[in-house]
Design a protein around this ligand. Structure first.
Ligand SMILES: [Zn+2]
Length: 134
């Protein structure tokens, strides 16, 4: 009897796992692969955001080396995202903001200062979503 119960719970766990994996795959077409994104720099100034409080769409405080703005249809908010430029890792970022002009394969990367954001400018990057939360 115990053996059967164990088997049933194992099968139930496997079925559950399948659903979880499927749900994850549905969250983003870009999940788990290397994707080309155009990455823009932005800061918390009026010019970049139209406001200056530095609070993201998900109500976190925007932080350099962590915050990126994304199109939720491409990268679900809350996702952990690796960004590479010219084959080297720029950093590990959190999708916690959105932007009016950030659609599809575009990402806005947060910087503390406007001049640093300008220095970054616009770059074609390789992006891997390592954890797609939705
Ligand atoms: Zn700015």
């Amino acid at each position: 009897m115990r053996g059967i119960k164990k088997k049933i719970s194992l099968i139930a766990a496997l079925i559950l796992l399948c659903f979880v994996v499927q749900a994850d795959a549905k969250q983003s077409d870009f999940y788990g692969q290397v994707n080309k994104f155009t990455v823009y720099g932005y800061c918390a100034c009026k010019k970049c955001c139209g406001k200056t409080d530095g609070i993201t769409y998900t109500e976190t405080k925007a932080m350099q080396d962590r915050t990126i703005a994304v199109d939720q249809n491409s990268i679900p908010l809350g996702s952990t995202v690796l960004i590479y430029y010219e084959n080297s890792l720029v950093g590990i970022y959190q999708a916690e903001d959105i932007g009016a002009d950030i659609k599809g394969d575009k990402i806005d990367m947060y910087f503390d200062s406007h001049s640093d954001a300008n220095d970054w400018g616009v770059r074609e990057c390789e992006v891997i979503i390592v954890d797609a939360k939705g």
